[in-house]
Design a protein around this ligand. Structure first.
Ligand code: SF4
Length: 357
């Protein structure tokens, strides 16, 4: 923005700061309403630039306070963004790609196929829409306190745009969130985790979902390329760069698949290798999936094994069920370039037990 003001408009850098504050602190999109800018500058801005938030295609609050938006990004594509309020914080789950190319077998987004990466503006625009809706003001009203890059897509496959967007989220002239309140969640791309450690200092979460390589490769196929030992080593390097930090491991609980006490013990051994905490996520079934949610008793037994071993383990409450906003249920609107939707529908019609595999 500073470069644009100096090089294109021939203005001073502080004008860029003023416009940033109008956009991100006051949610203003019309240059004409930016009253502390002179008339001539406002006219110049109108001639050279525009502020274009994503289009709201669908906007649905849930009975439990969760709020989901379907945001139009271009032609037929839309991504989902979900706000989840809690007692002490409000978390926004943000998408990084239209669809996802990684094909995790338990994930609803994966069935939609992949279209493209989102731009940095399209990523930060999701936060802007939610912040405006919630009346968020940096250093003032703060209903939106945390962002997790955990919506549609694998954020580390859209590295540059995601890092740029997270920078705006954390900048005081942008959305003003603290570093540790912005979390990037990855399925485990080892080289990019190392690069993230060098270029950014956000919190890291890893979608683990299994304690052994055989099972994890079945659930998260990228594990074949970056097996668990390499992933854990990358997590160790990530936390070594940031004293007192931990990695959050996400573990979706699927009945009879990954929820036994023995698997909990195997997970304990892994978690001892890196400062970590574990989020257990009861699986949210979607049409055509072969997986089922673990029973509550099994989830509690699994949690107990981890907690007795001294590992902080939370069970994520299922939120936004009534609006399909629960974890792993984000579908968006994807003009599928990978033909995966057609393949998924074909298997579904065949009625196979393994439709989503
Ligand atoms: S779980 Fe994440 S990485 Fe895997 S397919 Fe779904 S969106 Fe992509």
């Amino acid at each position: 923005m500073e470069r644009f003001f100096v090089e294109t408009l021939g203005e001073k850098t502080f004008r860029a700061h003023q416009v940033m504050k109008w956009i991100y602190h006051r949610h203003e999109t019309e240059f004409g309403n930016m009253t502390d800018l002179g008339k001539a500058l406002r006219a110049k801005l109108e001639a050279h630039a525009e502020v274009v938030p994503p289009k709201i295609l669908f906007d649905k609050p849930s009975a439990d306070g969760t709020h989901k938006w379907l945001l139009g990004m271009d032609g037929g594509n839309g991504v989902e963004t979900v706000f989840i309020p809690d007692r002490t914080r409000g978390t926004l789950c943000v998408s990084s790609q239209v669809g996802c190319g990684l094909n995790c077998s338990f994930c609803s987004t994966a069935t939609q196929g992949f279209n493209r990466n989102l731009s940095a503006a399209e990523i930060v625009g999701q936060v802007w829409i939610a912040a405006r809706h919630l009346g968020n003001v940096p250093h003032g009203i703060r209903k939106l306190t945390n962002v997790v890059m955990m919506g549609m897509g694998e954020p580390l496959l859209n590295f540059d745009n995601v890092v740029r967007a997270m920078n705006v989220m954390r900048d005081d002239l942008g959305l003003g969130l603290a570093n540790r309140r912005v979390t990037l969640s990855t399925s485990g791309l080892v080289p990019q985790i190392d690069r993230l450690g060098v270029e950014s200092d956000v919190s890291l979460a890893v979608s683990l979902h299994a304690p052994t390589d055989d099972l994890r490769t079945e659930l998260v196929p990228i594990n074949k390329k970056y097996p668990i030992a390499e992933l854990i080593a990358a997590c160790q390097r990530y936390v070594a760069r940031k004293p007192r930090s931990t990695v959050t491991f996400e573990y979706t609980m699927m009945r009879g698949i990954n929820d036994s006490v023995e698997q909990a013990r195997q997970l304990v051994k892994l978690m001892r290798k890196v400062p970590s905490k574990v989020n257990l996520i009861p699986f949210n079934p979607f049409p055509g999936t072969r997986y089922q949610r673990s029973d509550d008793a099994d989830i509690r037994a699994f949690q107990e094994v981890l907690q007795k071993a001294g590992i902080i383990t939370l069970v994520r409450r299922t939120r936004g069920d009534d609006i399909d906003a629960a974890c792993g249920q984000l579908k968006g609107q994807v003009l599928d370039r990978t033909r995966r939707q057609a393949e998924f529908r074909r298997r579904l019609e065949q009625g196979g037990d393994h439709a989503a595999a």
